[in-house]
Write a protein that binds this ligand. Sequence first.
Ligand code: SF4
Length: 363
Amino acid sequence: MKYLSEYRNLEATKKYLDEIHKITTSVWNIMEICGGQTHSLVKNGILELLPEKVRMIHGPGCPVCVTPLHLIDKAIELLEQGIIVCSFGDMIRVPGSKKSLLEAKANGGDLRILYSPIEAVSIAKQNPDKEVVFFAVGFETTAPANALSVLHAEKEGITNYSILTSHVLVPPAMEAILDDELCTIDAFLGAGHVCAIMGMKEYYPLVEKYKIPIVVTGFEPLDLVQGIYMAVKQLEEGNYELENQYARVVKEEGNIPAIKVIHQVFEIGNREWRGIGEIPNSGYVIKEAYKKYDAEVKFNISNIKVLENSACIAGEILRGIKKPYQCSQFAKVCKPSNPLGAPMVSSEGACAAYYHFSNNLID
Ligand code: SF4
């Protein structure tokens, strides 16, 4: 397939790896923001092929992992109130404070696993006597579809549809990581799919303020190795610039119609990140004009803040301070079949990536 098979080409990938080895003279800590990139790095064995001095730090870009515990509890509470709750599949096994959505379904809850929020609007239309809530989780990438579902419900006059929102934004998270006193990051690989929607412009101020290279990067082995090469080259030359490795997908201005839809329904607000805490202006909240589609406003759901499992160090992993194998529970008590935290169960979680693919990386 064009634009995919070329980026899995072994020879081309090896050439960039050789170049990285040639130019690296100092220790560099590079954070890949996106959990999809973490999985690709681990699964394709790239971490083991990099020079020892190039250290990849795994970032918080797993939307399921950063969805606050109390919001999962709220989704479960809605299910237990007899509401039809719809969700993407990767959310359903994430542990809440007492159970997961899947366990609540086993107890009789009407949980539907969907590929698109538009399907949830159709379910609402087919069930006018029931309330339907879509669990709208994600970074900037899923926001256009979730916003569109609200606009579609409004256009169709559907009043029994709403969304439980946990939308977080990448640039404020990068800023929070850089402001952390424990931060050791020298450069970032930016999340290509997020930039495909939002474009590049939000990243220039970060590059300038923190004097740090950012390379917007794709997800295939060649994308990642080329992105790492571009970051290391800048660091070795003492530069800090925003570069676009993923130009076949990411345009400077992003996807303008998608951005317009997002801004029609959502506005920027404070958001809590699981394991990290509240980050100012780090997420989308539903605008006043669309509050009747906000499940947190529409339904009487409790606002109890619950404590995380104290054995789980997901917060430190999501901030790049520790690796999954440094958690005392990793692969002993915490496994995909018995996850203590979201990073072990999500398809983009760093703990799941190391559990499934990384025998050689665990010391
Ligand atoms: S291995 Fe399990 S307990 Fe440890 S940080 Fe990851 S999810 Fe949490």
